[in-house]
Design a protein around this ligand. Structure first.
Ligand code: URA
Length: 262
């Protein structure tokens, strides 16, 4: 018998935000968005109990399947990061973009389109409204810009919560300018600043910095309580079971799923 906890879904303002959201006339396929995957709203506590707010960029193919953001390779790296701070459940993760992106060059210029901003600001405002968020961490430049836009807008004018930026969890692309070491050095600095600020983690833990690479323990499974009911364990504790399809399809939205060997 499986008795894993699962995400019972958003409540209150968060629920309203999942009831009414921008469609593909805002996140247009012609602008580089995979609107065919539908929106992927959040991961974590969309019920007013979160004390850490995490901002990512946009959902990828794994998230299109699990219907929760940051649940693939990037998500497991971020999970390890928040757990190093002692946050095992009291976090809320949202992305700068509600829909996946298939062409960054086309989509990123829409980060601050009025309807994109207005909806994203409603999520930030809902996250902050209970007054419990102790810190915000943004992963990658679009997330950082999204937060900066919020705190310099009239809606964010009174927001004084501590914010720390960090490199995006998959910034260490093979052959790219940022190495694994660069990523982890950057994350160690970010963790140090956050750890010094956070007052009420779920578990008080001494900060153990990253070494030269992620250890298996630093890539934990996505907790079942963050995902919809009934998702099998292999979707939470393995990477790359969902890949982009061949042929890619409209908006490069085809997804190929291969169940990993037991
Ligand atoms: N998946 C997400 O949901 N967000 C990211 O930033 C990366 C992967």
């Amino acid at each position: 018998m499986i008795t894993d906890p699962f995400d019972p879904g958003p409540t209150g303002r968060f629920r309203t935000l999942c009831r009414r959201y921008p469609d593909d006339t805002v996140f247009r396929g012609a602008d580089g968005f995979r609107s065919l995957w539908g929106p992927v709203f959040y991961r974590g506590r969309a019920n007013g109990t979160a004390r850490l707010l995490v901002v990512g960029q946009d959902p990828a193919q794994t998230e299109a399947f699990t219907r929760r953001i940051l649940s693939g390779q990037a998500g497991r790296r971020v999970q390890g990061f928040v757990e190093k701070l002692g946050f095992t459940s009291s976090y809320l993760m949202v992305n700068a973009f509600l829909y996946g992106i298939y062409n960054q060059k086309m989509a990123l210029p829409h980060l601050n389109d009025p309807e994109v901003v207005a909806y994203r600001h409603r999520w930030f405002a809902a996250a902050l409204a209970p007054g419990r968020i102790e810190a915000v961490v943004t992963f990658g430049t679009p997330a950082f810009e999204a937060w900066r836009t919020f705190v310099t807008s009239p809606e964010g004018a009174d927001v004084s919560v501590f914010h720390q930026r960090a490199l995006h969890p998959t910034a260490d692309k093979p052959g790219g300018p940022i190495s694994r070491r660069d990523l982890l050095d950057n994350w160690n600095v970010a963790l140090g600043r956050l750890h010094a600020r956070v007052q009420q983690p779920d578990e008080a833990r001494p900060l153990v910095p990253y070494g030269a690479d992620f250890t298996p323990a630093e890539l934990p499974a996505i907790p079942s309580r963050d995902l919809p009911a009934g998702l099998p364990g292999w979707m939470r504790d393995t990477d790359f079971w969902a890949t982009l399809g061949d042929p890619p399809g409209t908006e490069r939205a085809n997804i190929s799923v291969e169940v990993p060997p037991a």
